[in-house]
Design a protein around this ligand. Structure first.
Ligand SMILES: C[S@@+](CC[C@H](N)C(=O)[O-])C[C@H]1O[C@@H](n2cnc3c(N)ncnc32)[C@H](O)[C@@H]1O
Length: 381
C-alpha cells in the first residue's frame, strides 16, 4: 500500500506488487547438442514461418500508427516487443526479426527521416537456458535485446510498456497439472494415462478448467503491460474444427505413445507403476470456439482474427526419428524431474520404434492437427 495525493486529499491506493506465483516450470532442453531444443525445433520454426503473413497483416491492417504517431507509437521512443515463452532460440530470433522489419517498414512509409529504435525482450521461465539464447543472438540484428525472466502467467513488465507481444507454441503449457487428476479419490483421477484422450469427461473438464484460469491470468497480465491499441499475436497448437477427440490428433497420439512407452518400462521393472500414474502432462490444446469464448469473457482485448496456419512441414512425409528427437527436446526436463535421466535413452528408443510401427496412422493424422493463430488488440480504456 502506498499513500498518494489525489485531488488535494490523501488517499491510499493499492500498488500492485508483482509476485511470481509458485508454479511448475519445464523449460526445453538447453544447449546446442544433438538432443537440444535449438537443434530439434524445426516444427516450431515452421509455425513461425507460417505465421509471417499473419504478422504482416496484423501490423499493416490492425496497428493504427497514423492516428497515434505522437502518442502511443511515438517514434522518438523505443518500440518495445516481447516474445513470451521464447526458449533458447533460434526460432524466437526469426519471429522477432520479422516483427521488427514489418513494423520498421510501416514507420518508414510514414516518416521518411526518422529512424525508430526497437527493444526486444525475451521472456521465459528463469531456469530457461538464457545463456544459450544470449550467446546465439544474431550479430546483425536491428534491435536492442534484453531478457525478461518469469512466468508469463504473472506480470513480467511494467504497465503500458509494450507495443507488441508475441507468443508461439508456449501457451498450451499449463501453469500446473490440475490437482483433481492426481487425486485418487476424484472422479477425474487419470490412472494409467499421462494426458487426456478426450473421452474421459471429468479429466478433460479438469484440464479445460486449468486452461481457462491460466489463459485468463495471461490475458490479465498482458492487458496491464500492453499499450491501448497495441497488438498481440499468438500461435498455439489447438484442436481441429469439428467433433474431434484429442486422442485422434497427431499430438494426442504422440502423448499416448509416450505414455505406453513409459508403461513398457513399468512392465520391464525399470520404473514403478505408481510413478507413471502420478505423472501427467500439463498441456491443453484448445479449440477455436474455446479461445473465442475465453477472450470474450476476459474482455481486455478484441479478437481481430483467429484461424489455422498452413504448416509447411505437413506436406512432408512423417519422420519417426526426427519426431522422437523433437518430443525428447521438449519433454526431457519434465520426464527427468519425475523419473530421473537414466531412463531417457531406453525410453526414447522404445518410443521411436512405436512411432515407426504407427507410421501410416501418424503420416495421416499429423496433417489434420491445427496450429492456431490469433491476432489480439488491447482495448483502449
Ligand atoms: C515449445 S517451446 C517454444 C519456444 C519458442 N517460442 C519457439 O517457437 O520455438 C515453449 C516454451 O514456453 C516456455 N513456457 C511455458 N510456460 C511458460 C510460462 N508460464 N512462462 C514463461 N515461459 C513459459 C517453456 O519454458 C518453453 O521454453
Amino acid at each position: 500500500m502506498a499513500p498518494t495525493m489525489d485531488n488535494n486529499t490523501t488517499t491510499i491506493t493499492t500498488v500492485e506488487i508483482i509476485k511470481e506465483m509458485p508454479e511448475e516450470a519445464h523449460p526445453m532442453k538447453g544447449g546446442d547438442d544433438l538432443n537440444s531444443y535449438s537443434q530439434n525445433s524445426c516444427y516450431q520454426k515452421g509455425v513461425i514461418e507460417a505465421a509471417k503473413a499473419v504478422i504482416v497483416e496484423a501490423v499493416h491492417e490492425k496497428m493504427d500508427l497514423e492516428n497515434n504517431i505522437i502518442t502511443t507509437f511515438d517514434p522518438s521512443k523505443p518500440f518495445r516487443i516481447a516474445d513470451f515463452g521464447c526458449s533458447t532460440g533460434p526460432n524466437t530470433f526469426f519471429a522477432m526479426q520479422n516483427i521488427v522489419e514489418v513494423v520498421d517498414n510501416r514507420y518508414k512509409s510514414l516518416l521518411k527521416n526518422q529512424q525508430v529504435e526497437f527493444h526486444v525482450y525475451f521472456n521465459d521461465h528463469a531456469n530457461n537456458d538464457f545463456n544459450m539464447l544470449f550467446r546465439s543472438l544474431p550479430q546483425n540484428r536491428d534491435y536492442f535485446a534484453a531478457g525478461a525472466p518469469g512466468s508469463f502467467y504473472s506480470r513480467v513488465f511494467p504497465k503500458a510498456s509494450l507495443h507488441f507481444a508475441h507468443c508461439s507454441y508456449a501457451l498450451h503449457w499449463l501453469s500446473k497439472v490440475p490437482k483433481e487428476i492426481q487425486d485418487k479419490n476424484s472422479p477425474a483421477y487419470n490412472k494409467g494415462r499421462i494426458h487426456y484422450t478426450g473421452t474421459e469427461k471429468q479429466v478433460v473438464k479438469a484440464y479445460f478448467s486449468q486452461f481457462q484460469k491460466d489463459l485468463d491470468s495471461f490475458l490479465k497480465a498482458r492487458a496491464q503491460e500492453i499499450v491501448g491499441g497495441g497488438l498481440m499475436v499468438i500461435q498455439i497448437p489447438g484442436l481441429p474444427s469439428g467433433e474431434v477427440l484429442f486422442s485422434r490428433t497427431g499430438a494426442g497420439m504422440l502423448h499416448a505413445l509416450l505414455g505406453s512407452s513409459l508403461m513398457d518400462l513399468v512392465n520391464m521393472g525399470i520404473i514403478s507403476e505408481e510413478s507413471v500414474d502420478s505423472f501427467n502432462l500439463p498441456q491443453y490444446h484448445p479449440s477455436i470456439e474455446e479461445l473465442e469464448m475465453l477472450i470474450e469473457m476476459n474482455g481486455s482485448f478484441t479478437l481481430e482474427k483467429i484461424g489455422a496456419l498452413n504448416h509447411p512441414m505437413k506436406n512432408l512425409a512423417f519422420d519417426a526419428q526426427m519426431t522422437s528427437l523433437q518430443v525428447r527436446a521438449i519433454m526431457e526436463g519434465i520426464l527427468t524431474k519425475q523419473f530421473g535421466d537414466k531412463i531417457l535413452d531406453q525410453l526414447f528408443e522404445i518410443y521411436t520404434n512405436k512411432l515407426q510401427e504407427n507410421y501410416i496412422v501418424f503420416d495421416k493424422e499429423i496433417r489434420k492437427d491445427a496450429d492456431l493463430f490469433l491476432i489480439l488488440k488491447r482495448k483502449i480504456n
